[in-house]
Design a protein. Structure first.
Length: 295
């Protein structure tokens, strides 16, 4: 059985209409091994250390830009006597995926399995990336008109510049020799995972996904397990139950209404699966959370 460290399931604004958050952080003792189902980028402003992504290590110093895919296990280490100061930006796959036939920046996800997850920037490139991130940070903390549109545009520019630098530092001729970050991840799994994230409230079955994505049900099941560490069924339940927990705490919706809202056909099925996962029925979970928040 594969072991996965801490599973971080949320970040500020994750459940809003614009699932995006950027912060500036100082790490004196690194950050524990963890994974999450959202995308994350980081950029080192000062200090030295290292980072491990799926057991592949790289150095971190001023100018190191890292792009972490969903479900990759990563950990940060700060060098003795140092503090790593860095920007961290967390956001949903939705911001890279476009509607219709436009693939947007979704190609970044597949290519990450064959190229390094980081680049080391120098000189003018380093200053340009820092300026872009500082602009995005200031915009995020402001209230100007079209703020979200501008933030999305800046995010895409930052990722495009990262991708161009990555290809320059690792030409195609050398790609075969590059250690794979998440080598078990099949490139075509990301549109499937994105689809599940967007439609978990609907009735979903492997047979439906197989027909939609022209892949066998067994292969879809396999790549989801390789990527997320969960079976398709557990992955689907996890997304639904996280949404349910949020609704139980933040709304006055009945448990039956919540069951239907997150994708379960009946209260009985929802209550059983919730109890198996949380060790408590939904009504008692709501009471316990309300009590915890007022004490």
């Amino acid at each position: 059985m594969t072991y996965f460290p801490d599973y971080l399931k949320t970040y500020p604004n994750m459940h809003s209409s614009f699932p995006f958050h950027i912060s500036k952080n100082t790490l004196g003792h690194g950050f524990r091994a963890h994974r999450h189902d959202f995308l994350e980028l980081s950029y080192v402003i000062e200090g030295t250390g290292s980072e491990s992504i799926n057991d592949v290590n790289h150095e971190m110093r001023t100018g190191t830009f890292t792009f972490v895919l969903p479900y990759q296990v990563h950990e940060i280490f700060t060098d003795p006597g140092q503090k790593l100061v860095l920007y961290n930006c967390m956001f949903s796959m939705d911001l890279l995926m476009e509607s219709g036939s436009d693939p947007g920046l979704s190609g970044l996800l597949g290519e990450m399995t064959a190229l390094p997850a980081y680049v080391q920037l120098h000189g003018q490139d380093q200053q340009q990336m820092l300026a872009l991130l500082e602009e995005m940070y200031q915009e995020y903390n402001g209230t100007e008109r079209y703020r979200q549109t501008l933030l999305k545009g800046k995010l895409k520019e930052i990722l495009i510049r990262f991708d161009r630098h990555r290809w320059k530092q690792a030409p195609l001729a050398e790609a075969a020799a590059i250690p794979l970050h998440g080598a078990k991840t099949h490139h075509s799994v990301w549109p499937i995972i994105h689809y599940i994230h967007r439609n978990y409230q609907e009735e979903l079955a492997l047979s439906f996904l197989a027909a939609k994505f022209a892949m066998s049900a067994s292969r879809i099941s396999e790549v989801i397990k390789q990527t997320t560490g969960q079976t398709f069924v557990h992955f689907l339940h996890d997304l639904r139950l996280r949404h349910a927990c949020s609704l139980l705490v933040s709304t006055e919706m009945s448990v039956t209404e919540i069951a239907h809202e997150v994708g379960y056909g009946s209260y009985k099925t929802f209550s059983r699966i919730f109890r198996e996962s949380k060790g408590i029925v939904p009504k008692d979970y709501r009471k316990a959370e309300h009590h915890r928040r007022v004490t």
